[in-house]
Structures are given as C-alpha cells and as structure tokens.
Design a protein around this ligand. Sequence first.
Ligand code: 5GP
Length: 244
Amino acid sequence: MPTDTLVKQTLVYEGKAKKVWTTEYPELYISEFKDDLTAFNGEKKSSEAGKGALNNKISTELFKFLNTQGIPTHFVEMMDETHMLHKRADVILIEVIVRNIAAGSLSKNLGIETGEILPFTLVEFDYKNDALGDPKINDQHCLLLNLVKDVSELDTIRDMARKINTLLQAFYAERNLTLVDFKLEFGKDAEGNIILIDELSPDNFRLWDSESGESMDKDRFRKGLGGLKVAYEEVLNRILGEKK
Ligand code: 5GP
C-alpha cells in the first residue's frame, strides 16, 4: 500500500514523549516524537529542542536492526524528522525492564552498588500506570490484572526481552557503549502476535560510554548533568558509524 501520502488523522494517545495518531489505514498509526522531557513520574519536566528528532532517528535504526535479526516489531518506516509510521497494536500494559548492571531503582531499592555487573540478566515487570507510579509487579499480578492471557505470554515477552538484550548489548559494545539497562514495551498486532512497540531511545535506555563511564542517556536530565542533546547526538553518530 502507498504510505508516502499518509497523514495524521485522529490523536489516539498522548504520552510524556510521544503523540500517536491514526491514519486512513486502520492497522497503521503515526507516532510523533516530542521534545518534552519528564522524570520521576512527571515531577521533573523540561524540553530540549531536537530531542524528538534524535529519538526518532535512533529508534528507527534500532528497530531496523532488530527486524533484520528476526525480532517482530511495530516499525514500518521513518516518515520525517519527528514522525514514525508503525503498525497498530493493542498495548500490553507492562513495562519490561532488562538489567545487565546495577543502577537506578535497582540500586536504590535493593542497595546494590551502582556499576556492579549482575551475575545474570535481570528481567522485571512494572505496571504501566502513571496514576499508580508504575509499581513493580510479578507474574501473578500480571494475571490478576488481566494484563496478559496466560503465563506463556509472559514467557514469550521475557524470551523476546532477553534476545533483544543480547543483540543490543553486542550492537552497542561495537560502538563503545555499555548497555546498562532499558525499558521495553510490547503489544499485540492484528493477528494476535506479540511484537515490540514504543521507542528504542536514550530516553528509556541507560547507556554508558565504555571508556569514560559517562552517562549518554536520560540520566543526564534526571541527575541535572546537562549536555543531554550532545550525548544523544553522539549515540546517533556512533550508531550510524559505518554509514557516515
Ligand atoms: P529504573 O527502574 O532504574 O528507574 O529504570 C530502569 C531502566 O528502565 C532505565 O533505563 C530507564 O530509562 C527505563 N525506564 C523505567 N521506567 C521508565 C519509564 O516509565 N519511562 C521511560 N522512558 N523509561 C523507563
């Protein structure tokens, strides 16, 4: 189907970092990446001109890479600087957190020193619910809240999250970036398949420069370090690396 003439129709969702619109095709949506920045469940707010475009470009490259590696995703194409065309999906209201190195809430909640390499990849689930502050939940909570049909869907999500981690850890390592942890979201496409959705950007990944250990992600905003846009540009440049 021709996609170059598609335009945004009805706004169906506005989140902290994105707006999602319908198109003339019921199974295709457009996401618009915003420059807004929020942290601590919306308590800290700001905006950085150009951040949305950087996240769109970084997400596009990572979705393309994962698609070539056999991971089903919602990505169709980048339309322009801030817009991405993707499949419609029924969002599964679970934020899937994958961790390789202790940082953030893991260090805060469990007292594990930031920077400690975990003995195995940790996969956690948070309930995607701003009003409740995205609380941590286990498999039984997921079933209790009807977030998935059965445990096998959670196993599929965990398997996909681990595969994505293995692929992205190697991808970033080649670019001198250490993948500390990240948040993924999944949904169901029109055929009921579980696919990777949302965005893949430094807004939801912790990335450290492998040599200096410097944060190249949203922690620059969370911790008030400054230099967020320069860091995101550097991530994009390293991702594009060989194509320059
Ligand atoms: P933590 O639980 O340590 O705050 O976050 C773990 C990882 O998941 C970090 O890479 C963080 O960016 C990401 N993450 C967790 N919750 C959210 C969220 O609600 N929004 C975004 N953008 N990222 C999140």
